[in-house]
Design a protein around this ligand. Sequence first.
Ligand code: DX5
Ligand code: ZN
Length: 223
Amino acid sequence: TKQPLIAPSILSADFARLADEVAVVEGQQGRGADWLHVDVMDAHFVPNLTLGLPVVQSLLATTGLPVDCHLMIENPDRWAIGYAEAGSYNVTVHVEAADDPVKLAKNLRAAGAKAGLAIKPDTPLEPYLDVLKHYDTLLVMSVEPGFGGQKFIAEVLGKVRTARTMVDTGHLNLVVEIDGGINTGTIEQAAEAGVDCFVAGSAVYAADDPARAVAGLRSQAAA
Ligand code: DX5
Ligand code: ZN
């Protein structure tokens, strides 16, 4: 089986010390974070406001980690491309917000990024299985988007299992990512359902030793 990927979310980091907070999880030679998850919120698609393209550009200049942008914004058809052009590794848009998700995926890929599609906990997966042929990552939200530190919604694991089966049978070619409420108490059930990449915000940055928390989550997911 593949090594699980761990993507710390800087939403739970100290925004006044972002470069240091990123460096703490970078680790040495593959032992630290695999991706850096960056939550962009616009106070419209979700009831919270975080950061935008200028901060992402600065993060890209300060880290060698692949940057995984999760855009919780309205009109991603217009705004997502800038995050790809800036050099993000993966740019994820919400299916609930995108007007033309197929065209958007093509534009993101043409700009050199992986294309990601996110689905909220109550959004069904089946209507989007054809759309997902154009995507590289699927972000299954396991909390309502907007805030860190919420409780894991285990019901979304059915969507993870469906996606896992589609990938394993060759019908889709996706990294299956989960976001929300991932911690030492929930990561094993997510891994069992077939997640490839685990986003963790508070479980990493509220820990005394964030680097150790990343390593601990990875070994739990791999078990
Ligand atoms: C929530 C964000 C998450 C958030 C997860 O809308 O998409 O990435 O940082 O935080 P935890 O891991 O604390 O649930
Ligand atoms: Zn996120």
